[in-house]
Design a protein around this ligand. Structure first.
Ligand code: 5GP
Length: 128
């Protein structure tokens, strides 16, 4: 069901709410760990590590590929919030990873910018 939902998500017109906008608007449930005026963070529905959190701007940028200079402060804010959540989750000392997938070859499934915060296990390099 998740795959079907994500395919539908990728094809819908951008004038409609994105999946993540539906979550912050309360149309779809989300497990929130942070909310502020410009972004929010939720636990990933299909976690790839013991801690897997998505940091998402309220502004529905299609992805990092849709960002421009005017988004510079917002992008910096996402990084600082990710770092604060990593601290809340006890990940700063052991280490963690931030990931932004961009476009089809980048493995992006949801066309609304989000930063993955992954931690709680040893990470591999190179990523798959
Ligand atoms: P992407 O592949 O676009 O970088 O990452 C999208 C992420 O969104 C995936 O890790 C996927 O598990 C997660 N995701 C998809 N649908 C939902 C949902 O309805 N709720 C939550 N919390 N995460 C979702």
């Amino acid at each position: 069901m998740l795959t079907v939902h994500l395919i539908f998500e990728a094809r819908k017109p951008m004038s409609e709410k994105t999946l993540f906008t539906k979550i912050i608007d309360g149309d779809i449930p989300g497990d929130f760990v942070h909310k502020d005026d410009s972004c929010f963070a939720i636990r990933d529905i299909n976690p790839q590590a013991p801690v897997h959190i998505l940091i998402i701007p309220r502004k529905p940028l299609v992805g990092i590929q849709g960002a421009s200079r005017e988004d510079q402060a917002l992008l910096g804010h996402l990084m600082v919030v990710a770092r604060e959540i990593a601290d809340q989750e006890g990940l700063v000392e052991p280490g963690f990873r931030l990931v932004i997938n961009a476009g089809d070859q980048g493995g992006q499934q949801v066309p609304h910018l989000h930063v993955h915060l992954l931690g709680g296990r040893e990470m591999q390099w190179p990523p798959g």
